[in-house]
Structure formats: structure tokens, C-alpha cells
Design a protein around this ligand. Structure first.
Ligand code: AMP
Length: 217
């Protein structure tokens, strides 16, 4: 059983790689961003508080995210590897995850870091469009990622949507947070010899090939 972490700034295509992995190896895909968006959709007090934080491009507090993550793992007790998508994002979260894995008699096997320039990440973020019905993603700035009909999903013909937190202001804040709070984690995993840096400007197929090579080595 393999447990994997994905670390990447906003807009690198980390979600796509996690989906590939989930399909190829039947891993459990744990996205803290998805858990937070599900809570926001409930529009209760916590959801409103989270919406305020996410739309400003800030990080949700370590305690809240850890609680959501623990609950998700409790509800999904499956004997399979886990993909941690978007967690940890701070050193404290990395320590909390180590403790959690120890309690489960598990460990982290691979940490993949997708490297990207700020300019490229911004372009990818602002152009991103997602089908709310089937989840397929597009990008209006890249000809090979545009839908055949403007703003309509090729697969299911639903109108495409932008994620409401994909604004330039939120992006700038997120990138800043990434440099200051998330980058130190790389050092932590590098020392453990489990970090693999991958150039995010490669195609999604090329990136996945590298990831598969690491997992199956
Ligand atoms: P993502 O879909 O991973 O880009 O996450 C969307 C947003 O949820 C982020 O911009 C953060 O505001 C929040 N978020 C997701 N994961 C975490 C985390 N591990 N710690 C704190 N905030 C998080």
C-alpha cells in the first residue's frame, strides 16, 4: 500500500495527476480543497467562515483542516493507498500527518512536487474552466485545452464554470502563502529522501509517466 503527497502551487494541474493516479491504482483521493468546498456548499456557519478565508486566498487553520481530514479517513476506512492532494500545506500539518500515519501504522512513501513559474501558474489559474456536471477541466488560454464550443463541455454539453476562488488577487495571495508556508515542507521531505520534483511545464502524460516510474520503481 502506497501513500502519496502532492505539493504544488495553485494552477499546476495537481488535481489532474491525482485523478490519473486514482484511476490507475485505485487509491483513495483525499483533497482537502474538495472537503472545504463541500463544507462551503452547505452554507452553514462553518461554510461561510471557510468561504471568506478561501476567497481571500488564505489558508484555513491547521486545526479545522486536520479535523476534516480525520473525519474523512474515519468515514473511508479502506485498505488502499491514499493520495493527499493539497495536504500538508504547512510544516505543522506535515508533523500532524506524520502522527496520524503512525497511529494508522502507515507511512508516506512518495512526495511529488510540481514546479512552475508564477507567470505560468497565474495563466493556468485564470483560464481554468470546469464542467460542474462531469468534472472535466478546460483552459481558455491554451488551444489544446479549449472546449470545441465556447464555454460548453465537450463531453456532456453542460455550461462550464470558473472556480470562484480563481481570481488574480486570490492567486497572488496563495502564491505568497505557498512560498512562505508550504515551501519549507519540501526541505522536510527532501531530508527523508522521499521528495521528487517534477517540471509542471511537461505535458500531463509526461508528468504521469514520471510519477508511475517512481511508484513502480
Ligand atoms: P485546493 O483545491 O487544494 O487549491 O484548495 C482550495 C483552498 O482550500 C485553498 O486555497 C485553501 O484556502 C484551502 N485549503 C485546501 N487545503 C488546505 C490545507 N491543507 N490547509 C489550509 N487550507 C487549505
Amino acid at each position: 500500500m502506497k501513500n502519496i503527497i502532492f505539493i504544488a502551487p495553485h494552477g499546476t494541474g495537481k488535481g489532474t495527476q491525482c485523478e490519473f493516479l486514482e484511476k490507475e491504482y485505485n487509491f483513495l483521493h483525499l483533497s482537502t480543497g474538495d472537503l472545504i468546498r463541500q463544507q462551503i456548499a452547505k452554507q452553514d456557519d462553518l461554510g461561510k467562515k471557510l468561504n471568506d478565508i478561501v476567497s481571500k486566498g488564505q489558508l484555513v487553520s491547521d486545526d479545522i483542516v486536520l479535523e476534516m481530514l480525520k473525519k474523512y479517513l474515519e468515514d473511508n476506512k479502506e485498505e488502499k493507498g491514499i493520495i493527499f492532494d493539497g495536504y500538508p500545506r504547512t510544516l505543522n500539518q506535515a508533523y500532524a500527518l506524520d502522527e496520524l500515519m503512525q497511529n494508522l501504522n502507515e507511512k508516506i512513501d512518495h512526495v511529488f512536487y510540481l514546479e512552475i513559474s508564477k507567470e505560468e501558474a497565474l495563466k493556468r489559474t485564470l483560464g481554468r474552466m470546469i464542467c460542474p456536471n462531469c468534472g472535466k477541466s478546460y483552459n481558455e488560454y491554451y488551444p489544446n485545452l479549449q472546449p470545441k464550443v465556447e464555454s460548453i463541455c465537450d463531453k456532456c454539453q453542460s455550461p462550464l464554470e470558473k472556480r470562484h476562488d480563481d481570481t488574480e488577487e486570490a492567486f497572488n495571495s496563495l502564491f505568497d502563502v505557498f512560498i512562505k508556508q508550504t515551501m519549507p515542507i519540501l526541505n522536510y521531505y527532501e531530508k527523508q529522501n522521499i521528495l521528487k520534483k517534477i517540471d509542471a511545464s511537461l505535458t500531463k502524460e509526461e508528468i504521469f509517466k514520471i510519477i508511475k516510474g517512481e511508484i513502480e520503481a
